[in-house]
Design a protein around this ligand. Sequence first.
Ligand code: 2RA
Length: 350
Amino acid sequence: RLPTLAVVGATGAVGSVMLDILSTRENVWGEIRLVASPRSAGKRLTVRGEQVEVQALAPEVFDDVDVAMFDVPDEVSKEWAPVAAERGAVAVDNSGAFRMDPEVPLVVPEVNAEQAANRPRGIISNPNCTTLSMIVALGALHRAYGLNGLVVASYQAASGAGQEGIDTLRNQIDKVAGDRTLGDRAGDVRAAVGELGPFPAPLAMNVVPWAGSLKEDGWSSEELKVRNESRKILGLADLKVSATCVRVPVITTHALSVHASFDRDVDADAAREALAAAPGVVVQDDPATADFPTPADVVGTDPTWVGRIRRSIDDPTSLDLFLCGDNLRKGAALNTAQIAEVVAAEFTRG
Ligand code: 2RA
């Protein structure tokens, strides 16, 4: 019997990418049930070429479900992932609700797939999209050299803030496009863009050094997620991590510039080879021909793209690199689907 899958949050920004991913990856599922808030119940969505009616979230939708994916806000996951688990499903959750729970594994299949089996609460967490956009490549470098420190600057896309983020950036771009008087006086862009939406400053024609909510000592929640989740996924409880998370006027695909320090001397060519050999990573690195990853070229693809790989001039044990990953695919839906497939393999193995 092929396992039954429920997709909770099927109508959201990540949910629609999930339906595309489930329709194009090798099919390992029997029934696929689509679930959303009562507001969206009754809608018909296409998955694997078939129309499926969306059901309202309720305990009974999890009956006979083997794996339930959640792409919903933290508070919805907090309440409903345990309900799915109680009813016998393995919950794969893409919210922040359980990521740092010691009884919930935080899984990136290319890095720590084996941890998916150790799930005392019946819940597996999917990391935050910013962590996910770099961690597959960093896992490969850790295996080669032993990672001991990260200094990260992110360049995060508007869609990380959901459909509201996308709509806000598009509306702001409409407002400033074609106005050649803007951009050389303080405040002129702010006056022109209108609604700020989920961002604390204008995003069109700007960069904003903020994502998430304010935590202790001036850190943002997003910066703490990059630190804490990287430590948990790599199994490096003392890894030194400093992150500065920045929003940029890109619709989809997060980019990161990373200074990574290791236990051993590194070599840029050997690092390129280790990255090129790693599953899920593509090296695009020839600055002489302007060949490096950018969000505009990477969006819609599955891998983590890496370029600008250099050995630090002042420290032979450090590498500097630039990474790009589609925050809605590997950063969210794809990694969730990959975790679910790891669990599905347990069912088909019997
Ligand atoms: C962001 N990482 O980009 C967050 C969303 N998960 O805002």
